[in-house]
Design a protein around this ligand. Structure first.
Ligand code: NDP
Length: 337
């Protein structure tokens, strides 16, 4: 039973020395428990936050020497819980390890899925995040302009495609020409700009001649600075993530943009709302799964996966996610289906 534990708290961008691959005994299920074999592990930006000593309020910090947490697709390999049978595929939270125990409370049966790893991406948490953040908070209307960065990633690609289905004009921002071409040609975005372009602010203004009605905030940083002057009166800003800041050790250099931001919020009557997807599972997840599943089956939403191979490669793949090296939803194939 291999597992990847947190070896040290990162300073800035994590390095391979912050993780350690260990061998542990395969655990034995007690009455009521199941033994899970991990097939796919999801790698997500929030994992950077839980490596800190004090994690975000919505997710506990990982203790040193404990396995890294994470959403997984698992096969039940032994069951002492009548709700699950051996051989069944489930969505679980086994973390960065080959085997884990569960009492079943956190498991979702996956049934027969054509591509089970999609339950970690567009048909799972990140897709649900896009759906709730865009439709409940962003509320795009036909003809409005929606801007989203990390545009080819797990959340951003779903945000842009759902916004197109709702009749909006979609401007993406992504890292590099290949991602931008994919966003326009495959995902159907109207425009996609390179976030590293030194003239991003100018190009974004040209791409949004009628201003921005919905800015789905995934990144912060330079993208936010370019978006701020373009927000329209009545704009909505679902705040989903600020990945450009996750590795920061100190506040970014000035000038202090807070007065400009607050006066913009006031003068433009902007609605800014943060959300954490964990809060929404009870009410909406099944409805999301049905709708997104239909869109994907009909080819109206495309899902792209970026696969790393082998648990031992999870740390380097995760570091790559924080640098924009992933192209699509990042998952690790831990074992054969
Ligand atoms: P992605 O698949 O989009 O991967 C992360 C991407 O972020 C990278 O590929 C890169 O894209 C971009 N990125 C990385 N570093 C920077 C940087 N310094 N500046 C700008 N962009 C950067 O990940 P997810 O779709 O899983 O997550 C997207 C966002 O959504 C994150 O902020 C995450 O924390 C948030 N999130 C929030 C949830 C919630 O409940 N609120 C739930 C799930 C996700 P590129 O190179 O193309 O720019």
């Amino acid at each position: 039973n291999r597992r990847v534990v947190l070896a040290a708290r990162p300073r800035g961008l994590p390095t391979s020395r912050d993780f350690r691959l260990e061998e542990a005994a395969v655990p034995t299920p007690k009455e009521g428990e199941v033994l899970l074999r991990t097939l796919y592990l999801s790698l997500d930006p929030y994992m950077r936050n839980v490596m800190e000593e004090i994690g975000p309020v919505y997710a506990p910090s990982v203790p040193l020497d404990a396995p890294m947490p994470g959403g997984t697709v698992n096969r039940v390999v032994a069951s002492r819980n009548p709700r699950f049978r051996t051989g069944e595929l489930v969505l679980g939270n086994a973390g960065w390890q080959d085997y884990a125990l569960s009492d079943g409370q956190d498991l979702v049966p996956l049934g027969e899925m054509a591509q089970p790893s999609q339950a970690l991406g567009g048909l799972g948490m990140p897709g649900f995040t896009a759906h709730v953040g865009l439709l409940d908070i962003g509320q795009p209307k036909p003809g409005e302009t929606v801007v989203v960065a990390a545009a080819t990633g797990a959340v951003g690609s779903a945000v842009g495609q759902i916004a197109k289905l709702k009749g909006a004009r979609v401007v993406g921002i992504a890292g590099g020409a290949d991602k931008c071409r994919y966003a326009v040609e495959e995902l159907g975005f109207d425009v996609c700009l390179d976030r590293r372009d030194s003239r991003l602010a100018e190009r974004l203004a040209a791409a949004c001649p009628k201003g921005i009605d919905v800015y789905f905030e995934n990144v912060g940083g330079d993208v936010f600075d370019a978006v701020l002057p373009l927000l329209n009166v009545g704009a909505r800003v679902p705040v989903c993530g600020v990945i450009a800041h996750y590795n920061e050790q100190t506040p970014p250099p000035g000038p202090n943009r807070l007065p400009l931001w607050m006066s913009t919020v006031l003068q433009k009557r902007i609605r800014v709302q943060g959300f954490v997807i964990l809060d929404h599972y009870g009410e909406r997840f099944d409805a999301f799964r049905r709708e997104m599943g239909q869109w994907v089956d009909a080819g109206r939403v495309k899902l792209r996966e970026d696969r790393a191979d082998g648990l031992e490669n999870a740390p380097s793949a995760f570091i790559g996610l924080l640098e924009g090296r992933n192209f699509g939803k990042l998952v690790v194939r831990v074992a054969d289906e």
